[in-house]
Design a protein around this ligand. Structure first.
Ligand SMILES: Cc1ncc(COP(=O)(O)O)c(C=O)c1O
Length: 413
C-alpha cells in the first residue's frame, strides 16, 4: 500500500463535493457533516448515473441471453469484474468472484474451504476483526469442532506480531485477518503477515473492506490467498463486492451456493459445475450494483490521488489534535500509519447519547460496538464514538464535528 504523501494544493475538495448530490442537503436545519464513511460512503453522480443507466437503457439478465440487451448487460457486468481485478492487482478477472459484499466473500471461503476441515483443525483470527470475519469461522467451530485462535491487539491498537507467530501449530489451516481495522484504523502489515503464514504452509485471507478505500492495494504483491472487499465503502452501490482468490484456489474449492449460473450441466444423476469464477456465482447476481461498482472504481481512479489520500490524513490529524485538547477523551488506535478512522470514548458520557445530540448539529458519526465485540472487550468498553473521513470531507467539517462534540458533552456532563 502506498504511503500518503503531503497534502498538495492541487487537491480541490470543493470540486469533489460538487459531485455528491447528498452532501448539499441539510439535517435538522444544519448542513450535513457526514463522518460515517467507514460504515458506508456516499455516492457520486457518476455512480448514481451508471446504476440508473442500467435500469434505463441496457438491462437484461446476464450470461443467459442471445439478444442485444443480454449481451450488452453481460459485457458491462464482466467489464466490472475486470475493473475490480485491475483495482486490486489480481492479474486476471478469473480470480475475482462477484459477491454482495465482504461478508458474502468471507462466508464463501469459510463454507468452501471449511468443507475440508476436521475437528481440532485451527484457524487464526485477530481481536480486531469485524464480526463478518468472526461469525463465519464460529460456524465452523460450532459445526465441525474447528478451533479459533486469537492474535492479540496491543494497547496502541497494533496487531501483536510476536504473539501471532506463536499461534501456528501443525493443525493451523488458515489465517483470516483484517487489513485495516474499521475501529482502530490500524493498517496491518499484510505482506509480513502473509510471509509468516506461508512460512508455516498456511494460506491467508484478508478482509480488505477498509484498506482498499484509503490506499492502493496490490494483492499480487501481498501474496495473500484470498482478499475480500465491499463496494458500498468504495463510493459504490450496496450489495456489491468481490472475493479475490490467488492461483487455482477457485478451481480447487467446492462451490458455495447452488443454483442457476454456476453449472455447466445438471442431470437427474448429478451436476457438472461451471468454470471458476462462475462456479461461485449462483443465481441472478446484483447486476446493476456490480456495474455501479465498476463505475465507482473508474471514478476513484481519477479522484483518489495521493493528494486526496493526504487530504484524508490531514483531516484525521486535525480531528485527533482537537480531541487531544479536550479532557477525558480516550482515543482507540494510535498505531503509526493508521487510516482516517477515529474512534474514541468520552469519559462520563455514553457514545449513543453523544451521537444523538451531535446529529442535531448535522453531524453524522457512528456510535456503538462497530461490529467488533471482541475488540470492545479487549479495551474494556461496550461502545465508542467513531468519526471516519472520506476524500470529500473538509477541515471546516472537522471544526463543526469538534464543536458539536463539545456542546454534546457539556449538555450531558
Ligand atoms: C472491516 C470490515 N469488514 C467487513 C465489513 C462488512 O462489510 P459488508 O457488510 O459490506 O459485507 C465491514 C463493514 O463495516 C468492515 O468495516
Amino acid at each position: 500500500m502506498n504511503a500518503p504523501v503531503k497534502a498538495h494544493a492541487r487537491f480541490d475538495v470543493e470540486a469533489i463535493r460538487a459531485e455528491f448530490p447528498i452532501l448539499s442537503r441539510e439535517v435538522h436545519g444544519k448542513p450535513l457533516v457526514y463522518l460515517d464513511n467507514a460504515a458506508s460512503a456516499q455516492k457520486p453522480e457518476a455512480v448514481i448515473e451508471a446504476v440508473a443507466n442500467v435500469w434505463r437503457g441496457s438491462y437484461a439478465n446476464v450470461h443467459r441471453g442471445l439478444h442485444t440487451l443480454a449481451n450488452e448487460t453481460t459485457g458491462a457486468f464482466e467489464a466490472a469484474r475486470g475493473k475490480i481485478a485491475c483495482f486490486v492487482g489480481a492479474g486476471s478477472p478469473d480470480r475475482i468472484v462477484l459477491t454482495r459484499g465482504a461478508t458474502e466473500a468471507i462466508n464463501l471461503v469459510a463454507a468452501s474451504f471449511g468443507q475440508g476441515l476436521a475437528e481440532g483443525d485451527e484457524i487464526i483470527l485477530s481481536q480486531m476483526e469485524h464480526h463478518s470475519n468472526i461469525v463465519p469461522w464460529h460456524f465452523l467451530r460450532e459445526r465441525k469442532g474447528v478451533i479459533i485462535k486469537w492474535a492479540p491487539v496491543t494497547e496502541e491498537g497494533a496487531l501483536d506480531i510476536e504473539a501471532y507467530k506463536t499461534l501456528f501449530t501443525s493443525r493451523t489451516k488458515l489465517v483470516a485477518l483484517v487489513h485495516m481495522s474499521n475501529v482502530l484504523g490500524t493498517l496491518n502489515p499484510a505482506e509480513e503477515l502473509t510471509r509468516i503464514a506461508h512460512g508455516h504452509g498456511v494460506p491467508i485471507l484478508f478482509d480488505g473492506s477498509q484498506a482498499v478505500v484509503h490506499g492502493s492495494v496490490d494483492v499480487t504483491a501481498i501474496g495473500c490467498d484470498f482478499y475480500a472487499l465491499t463496494g458500498h465503502k468504495l463510493y459504490g452501490p450496496n450489495a456489491s463486492g468481490a472475493l479475490y482468490a490467488k492461483g487455482d484456489w477457485l478451481d480447487r474449492l467446492p462451490p458455495f451456493l447452488g443454483g442457476g449460473e454456476m453449472i455447466a450441466e445438471v442431470s437427474e444423476e448429478g451436476v457438472v459445475y461451471a468454470h471458476a469464477p462462475h462456479k461461485f456465482e449462483a443465481g441472478t447476481p446484483a447486476i446493476a450494483d456490480a456495474i455501479g461498482l465498476g463505475a465507482s472504481l473508474d471514478w476513484m481512479g481519477a479522484r483518489v490521488t495521493p493528494e486526496a489520500l493526504a487530504h484524508e490524513h490531514a483531516l484525521l490529524d486535525a480531528a485527533t489534535a482537537g480531541l487531544d485538547e479536550m479532557d477525558g477523551i480516550r482515543i482507540l488506535g494510535t498505531a503509526p500509519g493508521k487510516g482516517p478512522i477515529l474512534s474514541f470514548v468520552v469519559e462520563g458520557a455514553h457514545a449513543h447519547d453523544l451521537a444523538q445530540i451531535m446529529d442535531r448539529y448535522g453531524v453524522a458519526v457512528r456510535a456503538g460496538h462497530h461490529c467488533a465485540h471482541p475488540l470492545m472487550k479487549r479495551y474494556g468498553i461496550t461502545a465508542s464514538l467513531r468519526a471516519s473521513f472520506a476524500i470529500y470531507n473538509t477541515h471546516a467539517e472537522v471544526d463543526v464535528f469538534l464543536d458539536a462534540l463539545r456542546r454534546a458533552r457539556s449538555f450531558l456532563i
